[in-house]
Write a protein that binds this ligand. Structure first.
Ligand code: ADQ
Length: 507
């Protein structure tokens, strides 16, 4: 396909910050940026998004974006938001409604009606910027939950071009989704896209169940991995596209001289001990407190682990202006100090806690050094950290402990040790098993994991998506075998036996 890629996401992949009098830019972090940057670097194109700062005195935003675009190899166009818009759309609707609801945590939602108005107004602003920048043959690709209303707004301003959408986070089952007061509007707005992409079969199933039950006049039919939804007017392709990483880039970086040198230093610092690593954005969906508790439990119940294993927990600052995230940080720090207080002895501190952004060399050096990687979110759309760890294990060794509720479990279940993050003792047992696992089994599992991530990398993901978008009802490349937690559950039982002392209502 030769058309230009026009990517739209809430944030641009650069962060513009002020240091004293000076303004500077640095690359953004997060899964969406990790996945899409190599795609745009390879193909060129335009990325539209909010630069994360408002227009201010002394800041030449356009100049800085042009410079950052030149370094990145593609162009940027900014959608500028006022602080009120940012509060209602980003902190409000996106962070207090969609993020918790779609991760199944509806009790954290604040369904404030003003957030919905702000969300629609900002989606309209994004649509106007797209309209101003779009060229005739562009492939318009809108990303994630902040922008579910954009296609509807674009249709209203008369854009008839094909528009695609990819959801990076889970889509919840109907009983959760339907709690949202604006559920019909959101579903109808999503059906204004021509292609809708989800991370797993389970999320797509949740979405199609929602639309079949609440949007009248629709028929959903399955066809391989793409389903066609006929509305009275048009067809929408609904596909499953598990996102991934640039495997070769991570593997090369892991093998580079600077990473090897840094990994050697880290290894020395933890000599004679196993290193277990956790790397997560500060977020309540990532299950960090649960992991720290499970690690403490493992040390309590398996004395043979003491002084033999150290947890390095890296937490990447994220959404730190939000009160709840500050509370989460305090909770993690309290739990870490409790475990350390219980178990530290001279020469061994069980948990090393790091709260900052790491550069690529430091991150890949930790991946290369970690004997065990713990990725245990309560719910996660995919989780790229698990894939990055495997790509960096260039010696084909290492154990991945993985939550059943990460989207990535759908495809990495065969090589990983799967855990339920709500089961503290089960997680502690998995830590024990990972520490004790023999080299042969570790290598066999890691080989399986690496083969999968190498084959189904981010460029495969891009090809699959473009193919589905370009060919109606396309026969798609064979997808990786998917694990489905629901398929493991016992079939719904027949009516439970009736206790003898009660009358049988069926008679
Ligand atoms: P995230 O919630 O951001 O992504 P994840 O997929 O794990 O979660 O990506 C985190 C990214 O941040 C990784 O690429 C990692 O390398 C990077 N990172 C980690 N530590 C860092 C550090 N210290 N400094 C800088 N960068 C760091 C969302 C969804 C996920 C989904 C992705 C992609 O929530 O479920 O996998 O989008 O679709």
């Amino acid at each position: 396909m030769s058309s230009r890629l026009l990517v739209v996401s809430n944030r641009l992949p650069v962060v513009i910050e002020q240091h004293g009098e000076q303004w500077c830019s640095r690359p953004g972090s997060g899964g969406l940026v990790t996945a899409l940057t190599p795609v745009l670097r390879q193909r060129g194109g335009l990325w539209i998004g909010w630069p994360g700062t408002s227009v201010q005195k002394g800041l030449d935003l356009d100049g800085m974006l042009a410079e950052a675009g030149e370094a990145a190899g593609f162009n940027f166009a900014a959608v500028n938001l006022t602080s009120d818009e940012r509060d209602g759309f980003y902190y409000g609707f996106s962070n207090e409604i969609v993020w918790p609801l779609f991760h199944g945590l509806h009790t954290r939602c604040n369904f404030d009606p003003s957030f919905w108005k702000a969300y629609r107004a900002v989606n309209c602003k994004f649509a106007r910027t797209i309209k101003e920048n779009v060229q005739e043959n562009d492939f318009i690709w809108v990303h994630d939950y902040h922008l579910m209303h954009v296609a509807k707004e674009l249709r209203e301003v008369g854009l008839r071009q094909k528009i695609s959408f990819f959801l990076h986070i889970p889509f919840p089952p109907p009983e959760i989704f339907l709690k949202m007061p604006w559920r019909f509007d959101v579903l109808e707005a999503l059906l204004e896209f021509d292609v809708l992409g989800f991370q797993t079969q389970g999320y797509r199933r949740n979405f199609t169940q929602c639309i079949s039950s609440v949007v009248p006049g629709l028929s959903v039919r399955g066809r391989g991995r793409v389903m066609t939804t006929k509305t009275p007017r048009r067809a929408v392709q609904i596909g499953v596209f598990p996102i991934s990483i640039d495997f070769e880039e991570f593997a090369d970086k892991a093998a580079s001289e600077e990473t090897t040198a840094r990994a050697g230093e880290i290894r020395e610092e933890f000599a004679g001990r196993k290193l277990m690593l956790g790397v997560d954005r500060l977020d309540y969906t990532k299950g960090i407190p649960e992991r720290v508790k499970a690690f403490g439990d493992a040390l309590d119940r398996y004395p043979e682990l003491r002084e033999k294993v150290t947890l390095v927990q890296v937490v990447v600052p994220s959404r730190t202006a939000i009160h709840e995230y500050q509370d989460l940080k305090a909770e993690i720090e309290k739990l870490v100090s409790e475990v350390n207080g219980r178990h530290t002895v001279p020469g061994w501190v069980p948990i090393h806690y790091v709260f900052r952004n790491l550069d690529r060399t430091e991150l890949t050096a930790f991946y290369r050094t970690a004997d065990i990687m713990s990725v245990t979110p309560l719910r996660d759309g995919m989780n790229l950290v698990a894939k990055e760890y495997c790509a960096c294990r260039i010696e084909n060794d290492g154990v991945l402990i993985l939550s059943e509720f990460a989207g990535t479990a759908a495809t990495m279940h065969r090589g990983a040790l799967l855990v339920n993050p709500h089961d503290q003792e089960g997680m502690a047992d998995a830590i024990f098993n990972a520490v004790m696992m023999g080299k042969k089994e570790r290598q066999m599992r890691m080989r399986i994991l690496r083969q999968g991530v190498r084959k189904f990398d981010v460029f495969w993901w891009l090809d699959m998506f473009l193919k589905a978008s370009n060919e109606q009802d396309a026969e798609l490349a064979a997808p990786p075998e998917e694990y489905d937690l629901l398929a493991l559950l016992p079939p719904p039982s027949v009516a439970p036996p009736i206790p003898a002392h009660l009358p049988d209502p069926t008679r």
